[in-house]
Design a protein around this ligand. Structure first.
Ligand code: ZN
Length: 205
């Protein structure tokens, strides 16, 4: 498989830092060995925004978590890892943080959340090779992942892209000052779907 698509280094780093917080140093080492990525042991990706962390590695780490902890463990972990990665990258992309706050300054919770989602979709498409877009109906927004690093090259019989759920959890909490939305992965390319879909239930108007 090609290594043509990348995440910024700090997202790869954020995932491993989160893993270390939960699993400890030895746990991360075991995880990286199982993922076939021993080159990152004691050598996490650098703390910069260069697009250099291959989709294959994002996916291999998620898969190794799955193999070690089962679907439920992997889900808990990925959700936490996504939160960590989001918070971590806000600190890094300081201008983005300010621009996002400006985009979400006005209107109802719904209006601000929608502005935030559109903003973050554009952000993902700009700083990484992940491709996403946002659609909506009455009840929910859909975070649609057209090119997905989290399940890159995987097959599964349930959605596996929980890292995205964690990122969106954290993003929406941040955007609303603490409101918790119901967010769920419903479609996944690993299951044979054309695109991955994460549903975000709209809050009451
Ligand atoms: Zn996926």
């Amino acid at each position: 498989m090609s290594e043509a698509y990348f995440y910024p280094n700090i997202w790869g780093r954020g995932v491993l830092v989160a893993a270390e917080e939960i699993l400890g140093k030895n746990g991360v080492n075991a995880l990286l060995n199982l993922a076939g990525l021993p080159q990152y042991i004691d050598n996490y990706p650098p703390d910069n925004i260069k697009k250099d962390f291959p989709f294959e590695h994002v996916s291999a780490i998620q898969k190794a978590l799955w193999d070690m902890y089962g679907s439920k463990g992997a889900r808990v972990f990925a959700t936490r890892g996504g939160e960590e990665t989001f918070t971590y990258s806000l600190d890094k992309y300081e201008k983005v943080q300010k621009a996002a706050q400006a985009a979400m300054a006005l209107g109802s919770a719904r209006t601000r959340l929608k502005a935030g989602l559109l903003f973050f979709a554009k952000f993902f498409n700009t700083v990484s090779d992940q491709k996403v877009r946002v659609e909506e109906d009455e009840a929910a927004w859909k975070w649609i992942i057209e090119r997905c690093p989290m399940c890159w090259g995987r097959t599964a019989d349930e959605p596996v892209c929980h890292l995205a759920v964690g990122v969106l959890n954290s993003a929406s909490k941040w955007a609303t000052g603490g409101e918790i939305l119901r967010i769920k992965a419903v479609e996944c390319i690993a299951m044979g779907a054309k695109e991955g879909i994460i549903l975000l239930e709209k809050p009451a108007e």
